[in-house]
Design a protein around this ligand. Sequence first.
Ligand code: ZN
Length: 396
Amino acid sequence: MTSRVSRVAVLFAVVLASIVPRVVAAAPRTPEIDVILWFDTEDYISPSDDEADKRLAEMLSERKIRATFKVVGEKARVLERHGRQDVIAALKKHCIGFHANFHSVHPAPAEYLADCGLLDGMAEFARREGPGAADVRRVFGVPSLACYGQPGSSWASQAIAAEPMCGITVDGVPCYVDSGDHVGMGGVPFWYAGALVVYDMHPNETRMDLFAPGGLEKGEKEFAAIAHRLAHEGGGLISIFYHPCEWVTSQFWDDPNFRRGANPPPEQWKLPRQRTPQEAERAIRRFADYIDAMRSTPGVRFVAACDLPKLYPDRLMTEGASPGEVLELAVACCGRTYRVSMMKPLAARSSRPPINSRYWRWPWRGSSTARRTRTRRASWRSDCSAPIRRRRAKGG
Ligand SMILES: [Zn+2]
């Protein structure tokens, strides 16, 4: 009797052991929704901006959230000159990026790079902006900066390629974080000019209005809708950006000084319109409520620019790319299918077959194929100029 009972117990245990892992494995995993929260820290004219930097950094640190503060070179120097070690210490608990040397002082990057090619443009960017990046590194005591993002609409491809020349890398990987639509992949991070880029994140970019009545409710609703959609898509990244000066001034600091090409000397710089401290504090509290609403959303976690290379490792460096992947990328970029005849695999060790082998023809199949190839390659080049579009105005 005892042996029968023990046999039944063993059988039950075996059956249970075979079921339980399946149940655990079958339980739906909450998709990861990453939120990158970044601040262009740039107003070096208003002393009130220093207070906003500190208040925001501390409010987020209290919540154990690491944000990304992209600091302008002159802003770092001003904090140092004013002896604001308290502000520097508060910001330093977050990820420190770079936001140009003088931001809106002309010529801005897109102005001085407009007639440059790639290599001379990279050298020019490093010559003009490198000292600012070095100052941000020195003032904040960090060996490298997590990312760069352009001042205002002053986007330039050479700037992205030149990031490593200015000490802007995370574990050797240059990152670019900003908002605009010069280049993009429809709301996901991508690789461009050797950098990991968070740009053109619509429809996964959102923000709440800090001052408008009902702004918090509208902002929470918009965030919840994006998070809900991404959860059904298996996860993704949401980009949210602000400028600390938005809390303390009712116009951007560069608007009364550098608008439409104006370039007054420092002694003529004007203070932008200031908000009252009470108004700023109410907006900070509203923003904290917005952050708390995000934190309570299932699956949401906050990430910073410093985390990007780990979140999006460059598989090309470790696994190579199959011919099919190269073809898929080309088709995705150009928006249509075409035949590739002269392409060779990038990585000989990759054994994955092309995605659709009927699009593959090799040169040894005859001269007529080679002629068709030349024609199609020419048209492919002209199609690829299409993604370069005019950008929406970002401000700041
Ligand atoms: Zn800016």
